[in-house]
Design a protein around this ligand. Structure first.
Ligand code: AMP
Length: 211
């Protein structure tokens, strides 16, 4: 099962990814998380990525895909993976379309959500002590995971607005790209977390022929 979770920032990719990865026993691989890990460990890659991330800009394609391919070469990816937040450009999608390198995508799950809901969702995003992501209003943390940590640098209103703009300009064209290749499945992301989760499960079970 080689799945890519696709959608604008704030669509709920990270929130849904944990449940999908658990349900199908495949690793959840988020390029955003890989960059944040590098920033935390103060690697060279982390330093480079941070300058782009703080502005809500994309990290260069080659850097991103080299990091991802390295992660996909680990043994836990042999039977599949769930990509979250990648590919984000047509160049990245082309770099990832190489089954001979063990890199492939069977299905792209598009979490669709109206533009005006995105900023509202992004601006309420908060992180609990455990590192889990919540929303102040729509999905507050349980008491054991409080208090919230300081806000992510790229969740300020300015950076969030730029991330939506970057998505529309550079990432949204991938909808047509994957539609043309017959890989795109669209799920309504504008529902409760549980409803989105159930629709994703149904879509993937149907796609992979699971009863
Ligand atoms: P995310 O956690 O997926 O929202 O990603 C946070 C930030 O990491 C993005 O705004 C980008 O700066 C960077 N990033 C994550 N994934 C990619 C990617 N596939 N290509 C380029 N930049 C990325």
């Amino acid at each position: 099962m080689y799945i890519a979770l696709f959608g604008p920032p704030g669509a709920g990719k990270g929130t849904q990814a944990g449940a999908i990865s658990e349900a199908y026993g495949i690793p959840h691989i988020s390029t955003g998380d890989l960059f944040r890990e590098n920033i935390k460990n103060q690697t060279k890659l982390g330093q480079l990525a941070q300058s782009y991330m703080n502005e809500g800009e994309l990290v260069p394609d080659e850097v991103t895909i080299d990091m991802l391919k390295d992660r996909l070469s680990h043994d836990d990816c042999l039977n599949g993976y769930l990509l979250d937040g990648v590919p984000r450009t047509v160049i990245q999608a082309n770099l990832l379309a190489h089954p001979e390198d063990g890199v492939t995508i069977d299905v792209v799950l598009n979490l669709a959500i109206p533009d005006e809901k995105l900023i509202e969702r992004l601006s309420g995003r908060v992180e609990g002590q455990s590192g889990a992501i919540y929303h102040k209003v729509f999905n507050p943390a349980p008491a054991w995971d409080l208090p919230y940590k300081p806000q992510r640098d790229d969740d300020t209103p300015e950076a969030a607005a730029n991330r939506v703009k970057v998505y529309n300009e550079q990432t949204a064209p991938l909808i047509e790209y994957y539609e043309e290749r017959g890989l795109l499945k669209t799920v309504n992301g504008d529902q409760s977390i549980e409803e989105v989760q159930a629709e994703i499960k149904k879509t993937l079970d149907e796609h992979f022929g699971i009863d």
